[in-house]
Design a protein around this ligand. Structure first.
Ligand code: NAP
Length: 314
């Protein structure tokens, strides 16, 4: 079958032929209908998990998928052949299966959920991006009536945070580079700040002299994160997805800082699927591309400039 893989850490992703996986005990074979691109994909290809998980080469890339169960191993009873599912393909050894492939195997007790009644392209975007968005709001304990400064708001995670926050009556101050209030407002942002010329701490402070309740920062390094976090008042929360937060330093001002590491569960995916079915969530799909364009899509993600989600249709 066709898949997209690297042959070494740091190698260029290429379309390759690999054996179709066979479902073992407790596993499902899924024919992939859609896979979503995340920055995590090229980070894994670069060796981000090298110290923490076993890997195998060629390392098939891609984590988030949606597809149809076409076979199952003994003891896999949670889903039947013909069921539509979505979820995360990440497991050890990393690269043995991946979402950028025609088929993959998953443990039926793993992080997958029913995609019945869902567009596979939309379902495929949920695990990492929407899952993290919900996880960030929960980890930060951000409540209705509060204001959150969201840095990196126009990309995959940010567009979901904006919608999920607005639906919970949380006021979103979106920080983008070049995406205006018309687009971010349509997703639920109350205000949008343009950071094309550099970080926008002074502009936000001018509008919120008493500080902001919470920061969710998806893009900043430690120095920029500390500057944005200076806007958070005592008792507030500042969350980074890039391990850029210094909890000790911020605790001296009474700000709780969190370096968030998203964990996925079937229950989380069920919740997100329900949000989609109930039309409480829309998926801003930037591009739908064939499997052959995956190497280009991964290279583009590395360069930045994401506007919503890119989906691969094998
Ligand atoms: N820790 C975890 O559990 C976890 C989970 C999910 C994601 N992440 C990480 O979180 C990050 C964001 O993920 P994502 O999927 O949302 O990425 P993405 O889809 O690539 O979106 C990032 C967005 O941020 C914008 N941006 C970049 N620099 C900016 C700046 N200085 N100010 C304002 N906007 C800026 C980008 O557009 P421009 O380049 O045009 O500005 C893009 O719209 C990634 O590094 C990802 O690996 C971590």
């Amino acid at each position: 079958m066709r898949a997209v893989a690297v042959t070494e850490f740091g190698g260029d992703p290429k379309v390759v032929d690999v054996p179709k996986p066979t479902p073992g005990r407790g596993e499902l074979l899924v024919e992939v209908a859609a896979a979503a691109v995340n920055p995590f994909d090229w980070k894994v290809a670069d060796g981000m998990l090298a110290g923490s998980m076993e890997h195998t080469f060629p390392l098939v890339l891609g984590v988030d998928f949606a597809g149809t169960v076409v076979d199952s191993g003994p003891g896999a009873t949670r889903f039947a052949i013909g069921d539509r599912v979505f979820g995360s393909a990440l497991r050890a050894p990393v690269g043995a299966v991946g979402a950028y492939a025609e088929f993959l195997t998953v443990p039926d007790t793993g992080p997958i959920a029913s995609a019945a009644d869902l567009d596979p392209a939309q379902a495929a975007t949920l695990p990492t991006a929407a899952g993290t968005a919900l996880g960030l709001l929960e980890a930060g304990g951000i409540r209705a009536g509060q204001t959150v400064l969201l840095v990196g708001a126009a990309g995959g995670v940010g567009t979901f945070v904006t919608q999920l926050a607005a639906a919970r009556d949380i006021r979103v101050l979106a920080v983008t580079r070049g995406v205006g209030q018309t687009k971010m407002g349509a997703l639920g942002a109350a205000e949008t700040y343009d950071a094309s010329g550099g970080i926008v701490v002074a502009k936000v402070r001018a509008n919120y002299p008493d500080g902001v309740d919470a920061l969710i920062d998806l893009v900043s390094d430690a120095a920029d994160f500390a500057d944005y976090a200076s806007l958070i008042h005592a008792g507030g929360t500042a969350v980074s997805t890039l391990f850029a937060a210094d909890p000790e330093a911020l605790s001296t001002r009474g700000v709780k800082a969190i370096n968030h590491n998203q964990k996925s569960t079937p229950a989380l995916y069920d919740q997100l699927a329900d949000e989609l079915r109930a039309h409480r969530l829309t998926v801003p799909i930037e591009a739908r591309l064939p499997l052959s364009d995956t190497p280009t899509a991964i290279a583009r993600s590395r360069l930045g400039g994401a506007r919503g989600k890119t989906v691969i249709i094998p």
